[in-house]
Design a protein around this ligand. Structure first.
Ligand code: NAD
Length: 270
């Protein structure tokens, strides 16, 4: 059985941990060649080594890039094209949630700007260079490859909901990712470039667990989770695979929510 991403090339940011790492492994398992991009090169290299060991039929490379720097993002996309000859899937997934991000009164402008640079400008640049690359994709009727591609931008459930435990810059940055994604989807729809957002609920990854460093903080969130548990990164990777693959060929501009029902909840069972 051919994989769902056979012969395709994927670039994944934030690939050294959490959703990005699980997605890299799953995409490779489904036949994609993967460029793992992270500011943490060690994490990305570990992911690439794991793929090389498990799936020798595909290629995986790791590179260091800060998505908050346009030149780094451009260089990563250029590397994918140089090494693999094309770019079919761009997963703009890297993001930060800064511990000093707070409410309107207490958030320092430096934290606001840093968060926007990584979470929002980083996604914009990822989309910009991916669109340029996807327009140039060579076609191959035998392998079923064509121009265009799938761009996935990681937002968050907090782009849809407010919270009384504020992280104003993070929430605003993710809301902007949703708005930007919808517009990109419409502008580029006729080129065969699909652009969707992924909205994860609270997950058991370092990003959130480092922040929820006491049982009280975790319990404060847990009471709102309909399934009574945090999500797993691999559950988001499976959703990203759907958006990346041709299985979602008629989906673009969507806010794809994978949150265990959280955003549908008023009160939840005790
Ligand atoms: P994670 O901390 O496990 O992974 C994030 C990765 O991004 C890390 O490897 C980190 O090194 C990398 N990164 C950070 N800044 C970077 C930069 N400037 N350039 C390149 N790489 C950078 O977190 P995760 O939970 O897998 O988060 C992935 C995405 O999901 C983020 O955009 C996050 O905002 C979003 N998200 C997470 C949750 C959650 O509960 N964990 C919920 C909603 C949305």
């Amino acid at each position: 059985m051919p994989g769902r991403l056979e012969h395709k090339v994927a670039l994944i940011t934030g690939a050294g941990s959490g959703i990005g790492l699980e997605s890299s492994v799953l995409f490779a398992q489904e036949g994609a060649h993967v460029l793992l991009v992270d500011i943490n090169l060690v994490g990305a290299e570990k992911g690439a080594a794991l793929i090389a060991k498990r799936f020798p039929n595909v290629r995986a490379l790791a590179t260091k890039a800060d998505v908050g720097k346009e030149d780094d993002v451009k260089a990563a996309v250029d590397l994918a094209r140089k090494e693999f000859g094309r770019l079919d899937i761009m997963f703009n997934n890297a993001g930060i949630m800064h511990p000093a991000d707070d409410n309107a009164l207490n958030t320092d402008e430096r934290i606001w700007d840093l968060t926007m640079t990584i979470n929002l400008k980083g996604v914009w640049w990822g989309c910009k260079y991916a669109i340029m690359a996807m327009r140039e994709n060579p076609t191959d009727d035998v392998k079923g490859l064509h121009t265009g591609g799938s761009i996935i931008n990681t937002a968050s459930f907090v782009a849809l909901l407010g919270a009384a435990t504020p992280q104003l810059a993070y929430t605003a940055s993710k809301g902007a990712v949703l708005a930007m994604t919808r517009e990109l989807a419409i502008v580029h729809a006729k080129e065969g470039i699909r652009v969707n957002s992924l909205c994860p609920g609270p997950l058991k990854t370092p990003l959130l667990m480092d922040f929820l460093d006491t049982p009280e903080k975790r319990e404060r969130r847990m009471i709102h989770l309909p399934m009574g548990r945090f999500g797993e990164a691999v559950e988001l990777a499976k959703a990203a695979l759907f958006l990346a693959s041709d299985d979602s060929s008629y989906m673009t501009g969507t806010d794809f929510i994978v949150d265990g029902g959280l955003s549908s909840a008023y009160v939840t069972a005790l």
